[in-house]
Design a protein around this ligand. Structure first.
Ligand SMILES: Cc1cc2nc3c(=O)[nH]c(=O)nc-3n(C[C@H](O)[C@H](O)[C@H](O)COP(=O)(O)OP(=O)(O)OC[C@H]3O[C@@H](n4cnc5c(N)ncnc54)[C@H](O)[C@@H]3O)c2cc1C
Length: 443
């Protein structure tokens, strides 16, 4: 017997009014580098993909310096020719500067890798780069909904994820059903946050304050686009990232207690005071003027306890975010995006999207993050410098370079053993396996 409208629950009325979309193999939440690379790689496999993004692009985002091993995933999704034609600064090197202003020799990636490919990366303006990635996804057949926020992850009675609820400016409230949902929501990490899988890292609980300068000094020739990491006391550091249009992205990262000393809270006051802590930064900014607002973020390092569940996969920052000192975020976002796409395609082919299908994806992702995390811990330990290690163990210099460049899925046991003479190497955290295979990682 059919009931009248007055007998329906509020949820049932919403469901009746809501449109349902069912014709996608995968719905991806978030169109940052992780979401776009996953979407494009899946579309290249012939999959029907819906990419749902809350913002209207172009939109601002931090995370502008790429490391060499962003190259392979970018090549895979067809972005390299577009980057070659772009105005983004080419980045060939990194240099380190002491608080007194003394700069090291730039470290050129082409001393280790092929100069025409991996050894050359870019300093990007994320509003432009992310727009290019989104256009590229569309060109490969991905359907994109901008200004569409995912408000709910849908799960059936036994916990299998079967899609998302979306509030879209253009389409209204829509329920999208699909066999695989990909969480690429960045540090908001919708799946980890809502499932209480989010685990902080108290040792890497830093604060970053940054802005942009126009007309600041920059080197010439192949050094023009190099990244500079300039130290301040207490293992704090500045990034100095030359961009196109005569802009430089410049930010300071340190413990919150250090940055807010003397009661300072205002980001501009903190930033302007810290400039005085490094002579090179002071000198390089002296010819420029601030051309943007001051930005601040805190407490950003975290991991998700799981990388996948039934019908759900996490990629990029949503699976884990690490302190940005080695610019590893984009590499991990792009790499996990493409790797997840391959695993999802294989799972769909097998007609089985159970968490076990993502065990290898979880292993590789976890290894990437853990190796980088050990280096980040060592970086913040005042008892050690990478120079000490390479002076004492010259045969480990290539391992160090590989890890810092993002070639992270290798066995670095010897290198970390050498580090352990100077600094405790953190135990690997038992996070990052798919939900039902977690015991295998913890063992
Ligand atoms: C201070 C700082 C400096 C950094 N510097 C560097 C650097 O130099 N180099 C580097 O490689 N990395 C850097 N990073 C890291 C880098 O920003 C990230 O690792 C990278 O952006 C991760 O990409 P992603 O695609 O996972 O997430 P994001 O780029 O954050 O993209 C997530 C997208 O999801 C969308 N979204 C979120 N929630 C929803 C929802 N509910 N519905 C729909 N859409 C949603 C967001 O609008 C966003 O567009 C830095 C980070 C910080 C904090």
């Amino acid at each position: 017997m059919s009931r009248g409208l007055e007998y329906l629950s509020l949820q049932e009325i919403i469901r009746l009014r809501m449109k349902t979309v069912e014709n996608y193999d995968s719905v991806i939440i978030g169109a940052g580098p992780a979401g776009c690379s996953a979407a494009t790689a899946l579309a290249m496999h012939g999959r029907r993909v819906l990419l749902v993004e809350r913002e209207k692009f172009p939109r601002y985002h931090i995370g502008e310096s790429m490391i060499p091993f962003t190259y392979p995933p970018l090549e895979r999704i067809g972005m390299i020719p577009k980057l070659r034609q772009s105005s983004f600064m080419k980045k060939y090197s990194v240099q380190f500067v002491s608080p007194s202003g003394r700069a090291s020799q730039p470290f050129y990636f082409f001393n280790r890798y092929d100069r025409e490919t991996v050894a050359q990366s870019w300093q990007v303006l994320r509003s432009e780069f992310d727009q290019m990635m989104l256009n590229n996804a569309r060109e490969h057949g991905v359907t994109v909904w901008e200004e569409s926020e995912v408000t709910e992850l849908l799960q059936d009675g036994v916990g299998t994820y079967y899609g998302v609820r979306v509030k879209s400016r253009e389409y209204g409230e829509v329920e999208v059903r699909s066999p695989v949902t990909v969480d690429a929501t960045g540090r908001e990490a919708i799946a980890a946050t809502r499932n209480a899988w989010r685990r902080g890292d108290p040792k890497l609980n830093k604060v970053a304050v940054w802005t942009y300068y126009e007309g600041a000094k920059r080197d010439t020739g192949i050094d023009e686009g190099g990244t500079t990491v300039a130290f301040i006391p207490d293992k704090g550091w500045f990034w100095y990232i030359p961009q196109h249009n005569n802009r430089v992205s410049v930010g300071v990262v340190a413990d919150g207690k250090y940055l807010t000393r003397e009661g300072l809270k205002d980001p501009e006051a903190i930033f302007q005071r810290e400039i005085g802590q490094n002579k090179w930064i002071q000198d390089h900014l002296s010819t420029g003027r601030v051309c943007d607002q001051y930005w601040l973020t805190a407490e950003y390092t975290f991991r998700s306890e799981y990388c996948a569940d039934r019908g759900l996969v996490l990629v990029g920052d949503a699976v884990g975010f690490l302190d940005p000192v080695f610019s590893s975020g984009m590499m991990i976002a792009l790499k996990t995006g493409v790797a997840a796409a391959d695993a999802i395609h294989a799972a769909l082919q097998a007609g089985d999207v159970s968490p076990e299908r993502f065990t290898e994806y979880g292993r590789v992702t976890r290894q990437s993050i853990e190796n980088m995390r050990k280096l980040v811990y060592a970086f913040y330990d005042p008892n050690i410098s990478f120079k000490t290690i390479t002076d004492q163990f010259p045969d480990l210099a290539n391992d160090l370079t590989d890890c810092l460049s993002g070639d992270v899925n290798k066995d670095f046991t010897r290198m970390f053993e050498a580090f352990s003479h100077y600094t405790p190497i953190p135990d690997e955290l038992p996070y990052g396996a798919p939900k039902f295979a977690a015991a295998a990682v913890a063992a």
